[in-house]
Ligand binder design. Sequence first.
Ligand code: N01
Length: 477
Amino acid sequence: MNPRIVVVGAGFGGTAAAAALLKAGFDDVVVLEKAPSIGGVWRDNTYPGCACDVPAPLYSYSFAPNPRWSRRFPSHDEILAYLRSTAAALGVASRVRVNAEVTSAVWSDGRWLVTTRDGLVVEADVLVPAVGQLGNPVLPPIPGDFAGPAVHTARWRADLPIDGARIGVIGTGASAIQLVPALAGRAAHITVFQRTPPWTIPRPDRRYGAGRRFAYGKMPALMKLPRAGVWAMTLVTGRALTGGRVASAFVRTVSRLQRRVQVRDAALRARVTPDEPMGCKRVLFTNRWLPALSRPDVSLVTEKILEKTPSGVRTADGTVHRCDLLIYATGFAATDFLAGMTVEGRDGRRLTDEWATGAYAHLGLAVPGFPNLFLMYGPNTNSGNTSVLYFLEHQAAYIVQAVQRLAAGGRPLEVRRSVAAAFDSEIQRRLADSVWTACRSWYRNAAGRIVTNWPGMASEYRRRVARLDPTDYEPSS
Ligand code: N01
């Protein structure tokens, strides 16, 4: 049997899955992509300053090292170009159908019927949703109306008035800390509205010279060295976020020193000092955020936002902060997995019902009642300290094993409910025992569960998904 596999989404996740399947010899792979081009979040996010906060040697596939990176932390354009050229080189690009937004997937008579918005129906033996966790921007429900243009960072437009404008930026997460330094100096004034100060550490960026690139091109094995170096760095931050006391003290000290050196004004320093445990949100690599906040043409507002007015934003102290442009750097609906897609499994059961109190999946990959469905970057597989690509590659390898079983004549693979439930309890218990308990509520879903993050080190995840255990699946499988 040569199973047909439908992958949904042509970002880093979909490309990793399709590439691994093609490499394993499964050539009936179709990738359905809702947008007009490959790219995922790197196609959607084009705001000034957009870049990767994971060093490129690790933010690239291990099976496709890139000798052409211009620097350790390359810009958005380079990353998108890398993804697209890799997808083309590995034969994935030619399997992608663009402008094909999947609206439903129904398990029927032992196959998935996948339907797109314009009515295309594709049959598949295996369904691999790879739509990521950061595809749906969140606009917080702030009352009132602002008369000027307003935009979310993930919906950036080239025609926005920046030069000489008064700009309000809501949010101080990974997107804002890249955006604000890139706009400072161009805008007349930037007002940054902060709810929670993020943990930051210096970004050890450096250019990669022509000699280095030439050597990498000639001897690709050399690229394993910087990859190993970055990996070692993520071990420290990973330990810091998962309860390692020494690592945590080290990273906190580095962060404190950065604030000390980069923020001379003690009052401002107090306001940018994190008051949540490290790890609730991503620890952010930046050299430019704190200096940007220290500029006279940038102000940091920590008063609660009350409402929008036609001319700006009113905060709890009554001040109206005038803006010509309002930018929401307010993140994504990361807990709403597969939003916008109706997925019906065995006996007509909907995934939204299975996930009524929050998404869960065995190893982040398989959901009971949904045979032959394997998620890329599924529930509880996000990491705040390392490269998501590391997780994606190991998920893709697991999916290849599942498809090999089917190809060898196995019955549809449906994870046992007891196995998925035990995994979920373990993950929720470990998260509850971690720093996460002290994080504020908005990191959880409506039912209070943490459904995005992996509680351990990335290497543990790799070990756990390395071998598909057939006893995890229903005996009829
Ligand atoms: O979003 P976020 P992001 N009033 O959710 C604030 C990835 N990424 O787009 O912290 C006021 O981190 C909110 O405040 P608080 C990366 O995985 C990667 O920046 O909730 N403020 C926070 O400050 C990251 O984790 C790269 O108190 C409000 C901000 O908005 C993910 O994307 C680059 C508010 C949202 O921060 C999301 O990052 C960029 C309100 N009502 C992003 N509502 C790389 O370099 C929200 N906020 C790889």
